[in-house]
Design a protein around this ligand. Structure first.
Ligand code: SF4
Ligand code: SF4
Length: 481
């Protein structure tokens, strides 16, 4: 048996058996004072506090699980203790352990609550992007959450155990209360990030974002000036976006640059990587999959072919493993996990959720961890929220599974039939028969956009070539450019 299978089996034996699951469920039960799991994790991290009898018992269970888990994944106890001193890491581990207690050990894993919430904070935007999945407008929607409702939603996410909160849009900075809400979220110990078009980020705003507790800023840049301005619909946007990126870097914000790959910009990407690394000095380059939803439907013919996508992911991976580079290169395409997996002993790539340092640490444990994280995280590790509080499996999947004004996030997460459907990969068409289904799973948003079927094939992958060809035939998609 290969080392990675031994790791997976050990974790399954220790944490997946019914007795451990029941104990984990008991430990993670929440009271008004928090859960015993929280105090046990704090104790493990070295916090000196007198524990009640119940907490002592919880601590013994959690200690055993953590000792065994760290041993299996090759992480030293000292490293684990150091990491657990960070409240965001503690919340993450609690979410995973509670998820194992509730759902059992799965391939890939579902967490107790979304690890990441992407919040389309407003419909308002000052640009007119061709591919906008939100149909953003110059004005906000009339039914957006108020400031007080937004804070209430954040409280609910904290109680659920959500770890990371990403503000997106529209343009999140277009809302006047953005900094107030971001600060509120940071004070509630979320990992706070922002996805922005960058045009409103002056040096002063970047500084205020940093002071509010924003930890990561991701700014969209779709190519060089001519391409970007054509794509974004406003002349002069490129210059302001580049200024915004530089401002974030200069004040010391962790800054990434995001590009949606289409036929408009595919050929520019290699030069763009150089520009971002050497001129803008951002730390991360992330390529977004194009998903034909809302305004994006109008440019469906600009989608990459499976072959083009595969070549692009190979190119990005070659940049990612190049140790002379300071730039981390990623893609939200779940097939990126397959690209990395093909280099069997290379770093693990978890698409949306990792960085180079973490990947280095996890080297050699590629299979078990990629299967744990599982590529597409929609409805399993992550979900989206619209400006009016509607919850969706992913911001690119316009299916309402609940509303935060009416239900708690945990209730929606546990009871939604749509989310249950999206978690079960064995019934997916195309992707369900693929050997990489637990590593990748295909982008569910693309399956839904192209086939109106959440369990349909992701046609952007060469293994699903026949479905792509069918689309080209029936929907007149242009495969050459
Ligand atoms: S067929 Fe589906 S699951 Fe397999 S690699 Fe392609 S997109 Fe991923
Ligand atoms: S459906 Fe999955 S892969 Fe596609 S954008 Fe959403 S989270 Fe990413």
């Amino acid at each position: 048996m290969h080392e990675v299978d031994i790791v997976a089996n050990t974790v399954k034996t220790w944490l997946g058996n019914p007795i451990s699951r029941n104990l984990l469920r008991w430990v993670s039960k929440r009271t008004e004072k928090g859960s015993n799991l929280e105090s046990a994790l704090k104790k493990y991290a070295g916090e000196q506090k007198k524990l009640s009898l119940q907490e002592k018992l919880a601590y013994a269970i959690v200690k055993l699980a953590l000792d065994k888990g760290s041993e299996s994944f090759g992480v030293s106890k000292e490293q684990l203790i150091e990491s657990l001193k960070n409240p965001i890491v503690r919340r993450g581990i609690a979410n995973i352990l509670e998820g194992i207690g509730y759902y059992g050990v799965q391939r890939p894993q579902t967490t107790a609550a979304p690890f990441l919430m992407v919040w389309n904070f407003t419909k308002q935007c000052n640009l007119r992007c061709k591919h906008c999945y939100e149909n953003a407008e110059p004005k906000p929607a009339p039914d957006e959450l108020t400031t007080e409702e937004a804070k209430k939603a954040i409280d609910d996410f904290a109680n659920a155990g959500v770890v990371a909160l990403s503000f997106s849009g529209g343009e999140p900075l277009a809302r006047k209360d953005f900094l107030e809400i971001a600060k509120y979220a940071a004070e509630r110990e979320f990992y706070v990030s922002v996805a922005s078009n960058g045009t409103l980020i002056t040096k002063a705003t970047a500084q205020k974002m940093k002071e509010a507790g924003v930890q990561y800023v991701e700014i969209s840049l779709d190519g060089f000036e001519k391409t970007h301005d054509m794509f974004r619909g406003i002349p002069g946007a490129w210059k302001r976006t580049v200024e915004g990126i530089k401002n974030c870097v200069e004040v010391g914000l962790d800054t990434g640059v995001a590009t949606t790959a289409t036929h408009y910009n595919l050929k520019e990407i290699p030069k763009l990587v150089e520009f971002i690394e050497n001129e803008l000095h951002a730390k991360r380059f992330i390529v977004f999959n194009f998903i034909p939803v809302n305004r994006g439907k109008e440019i469906v013919d600009q989608d990459l072919t499976p072959k083009e996508r595969e070549e692009l992911l190979d190119f990005l991976y070659s940049k990612f493993i190049d140790n002379d580079r300071k730039l981390d290169a990623f893609s939200t395409a779940p097939q990126y996990a397959v690209t990395s997996y093909k280099f069997a002993f290379g770093p693990v790539v978890a698409t949306h959720f990792t960085n180079r340092a973490a990947s280095e640490m996890l080297k050699g444990r590629t299979k078990s961890l990629t299967e744990f994280i599982g590529g597409c995280g929609a409805g399993r590790l992550y979900c989206g929220m619209e400006p009016n509080g509607d919850i969706e499996p992913c911001v690119f999947i316009p299916i309402k599974v609940g509303n935060i004004r009416e239900q708690s996030l945990v209730k929606i997460w546990r009871e939604s039939t749509v989310l249950k459907q999206i978690r079960n990969r064995d019934f997916f068409k195309g992707c369900g028969e693929c050997e990489y289904k637990y590593i990748c799973g295909g982008c569910r948003a693309r399956a839904y956009a192209y086939f109106n079927d959440l369990q349909g094939p992701d046609p952007g992958c060469s293994i699903n070539q026949k479905y792509w060809e069918k689309l080209v035939e029936t929907q007149n998609i242009n495969i050459s450019f």
